[in-house]
Design a protein around this ligand. Sequence first.
Ligand code: AMP
Ligand code: MG
Length: 340
Amino acid sequence: MKQRIIVLIVLCFAVIILAVVAFRVSDRHQETEQIFAMDTYMELTVYGKGTKEALMEAKNEIRELEDMLSAVQDGSLICEINEKKEGTFPEKIAPLWEKSYEIYQKTEGSLDLTVYPVVKAWGFTSKKYRVPSEKELSECVALLGMNQVIYDSATKKITLPEGCELDFGAVAKGYTGDVLAQKMKDRGIKSALLYLGGNIQLIGGKPDGSPYKVGIKNPNGDTAPIGVLSVKDVAVVTSGGYERCFEQDGVTYHHIIDPHTGYPADNELSSVTIVAKEGVVADGYSTALYVYGLERSIAYWKEHSEEFEAVFVDRAGTVYVTAGLKDVFDTKENLVVIER
Ligand code: AMP
Ligand code: MG
């Protein structure tokens, strides 16, 4: 009798251990998909149960958003709006316009989704790069301004003035990260690393509960990362002139435009990395603050530190990190901590 009880207890333990191991194994099950979309290479890594279905849905979402937001893909919603100067934003992308407009207003127009005529003039859309004349640029700049666009928040109807054209390139990938993360969370996914061409969206931490390590590229040329962030459940987005640029007569021109001048933003910054809960916030501010410059960006963060954290790298190689990141950012470079 006693022996039977012991066997029973041992069996029960074995079953429990097996169940725990099986649970852990399914938790760590990993699936990765690569996709080229939005003019960039993306890699989505998802852990846990239901990864195949989650990835399938994610790929469809990316294509659907690309079909709406691309300014260069014939027949996209934005191409149609740019052509007809009117249209209606579907529920899915209206929040993207609204959030971008908020950042436009808060950063004195540094993020401006009407920048498309200037981006085209420099050849960044066609990859036939050229330096436009000052006259051409000042004519383009006169067309800019999200405040010139009529948007009805009730009907989502949008009307553009003559000559105005939209470009969602500065925010599309960040917003896509938000949409994917939400869809995956709805499916019960608890861990994922979504790499969307330089934009990173995390769901939770690694399957073992530890933070993900996200390297920040050295914008001043070195191949080793300038630092590594240990973070969970956030978006990490970097803007830097090095991402797309061309050289003419010894001068380098890059793709992030100061909407007030029409020229590539030219200040002491080499890159801006934003860490935020939402990808759209991270993507919007990374572009806006790159244009804003270091001093104004620091002052802005001190006023709005609840919105995001940031890593700034200047041309001299000094790294500035906002207070909320100082314990999770590892670097060998000169580090300046920006306190609130
Ligand atoms: P990002 O890499 O997120 O900083 O976005 C850069 C892209 O956004 C460029 O390739 C342009 O298509 C567009 N863009 C450039 N300058 C601006 C700006 N100041 N505001 C909004 N979009 C911009
Ligand atoms: Mg951006």
